[in-house]
Design a protein around this ligand. Structure first.
Ligand code: ADP
Ligand code: MG
Length: 186
């Protein structure tokens, strides 16, 4: 399982997904978390899972993915800028649309905000269709609620067995060490 620390900080809670299917995938995820943690508070990190790419995308290697919950004083656009700078620092080059990437960082939820602008859609429009997101969000959601319904995400979503096409990466998430002003836990 991932790690979870206090939910008592100030700022807006958010959930991000991180994915990598190029190069040293785990190292890209790890560096991505460190990059984010310099600017926002990370409160919970899920298990790391390996899964095939979701349609519609060109054929490509399997992804390693995780989701995390954090908290920030930034607004959603400021968080998107940070997410994109984390992708950039992992050497991400946008060549093929939906092609392989060293690091993809998507905003899944930002507080209970609903945003629909050309550069940002929140909640992420495909969050419930991506099996890894759907199954990992409950691990980190804490008290966060679904915008609109107000239901707690951890109650809303299945916490049953992870589907067979999603494979937890043994031991990986126990190595995250989050030190961002909140209490760290292995
Ligand atoms: P995808 O994640 O869909 O495979 P990209 O990572 O290449 O694609 O992102 C393309 C664009 O999606 C970004 O430039 C960003 O402006 C936009 N976008 C819209 N909503 C979101 C979101 N919730 N999180 C991250 N990016 C988003
Ligand atoms: Mg993306």
């Amino acid at each position: 399982m991932g790690c979870d620390v206090s939910e008592t900080g100030a700022g807006t809670p958010f959930i991000l997904s991180l994915g990598s299917n190029m190069g040293d995938r785990l190292a890209h995820l790890e560096r991505g978390i460190r990059h984010l943690a310099r600017a926002v508070s990370i409160e919970a990190v899920s298990t790391v899972v390996e899964s095939p790419v979701w349609a519609p995308s060109p054929p490509q290697p399997d992804f390693l993915n995780l989701v995390l919950r954090g908290r920030t004083d930034r607004d959603a656009r400021g968080l998107l800028e940070l997410a994109q700078s984390a992708e950039h620092s992992a050497g991400r080059v946008r060549s093929v649309r939906r092609g392989p990437r060293t690091l993809d960082v998507d905003i899944i939820f930002f507080g209970s905000e609903v945003i629909d602008s050309p550069e940002l859609t929140v909640p992420h429009p495909r969050w419930s269709e991506r099996p890894f997101v759907f199954h990992l969000v409950p691990e980190v959601a804490g008290e966060m609620v679904e915008p609109g319904t107000g239901e707690r995400l951890r109650d809303l979503l299945p916490t049953g067995p992870i589907p067979p096409e999603i494979v937890p990466v043994a031991g990986s998430s126990t190595s995250w060490r989050i030190t961002t002003g909140t209490r760290a836990r292995d």
